[in-house]
Design a protein around this ligand. Structure first.
Ligand SMILES: [Zn+2]
Length: 65
């Protein structure tokens, strides 16, 4: 299964969209909520889906546009 992590910029700290490859949950995270998943992506460690508890290493698909 693959998790995807998409970061957006909105002029401030931006936000992170997390999609679970197992249950398909789509979570938008702001401010402190996105710290955990960002750290997981940067350190290539598993992040646990808040919905189905599946663990997978997030894939940072940051698009600069
Ligand atoms: Zn899930």
């Amino acid at each position: 299964m693959n998790h995807t992590l998409i970061r957006f910029e909105n002029g401030g700290t931006g936000w992170t969209e997390f999609e679970c490859g197992r249950c398909g949950v789509d979570v938008d995270m702001f401010d402190f909520d996105q710290v955990d998943v960002l750290e997981a992506a940067e350190n290539a460690v598993p992040f646990r889906c808040p919905n189905c508890r599946a663990e997978a290493v997030p894939l940072d698909k940051t698009n600069p546009e």
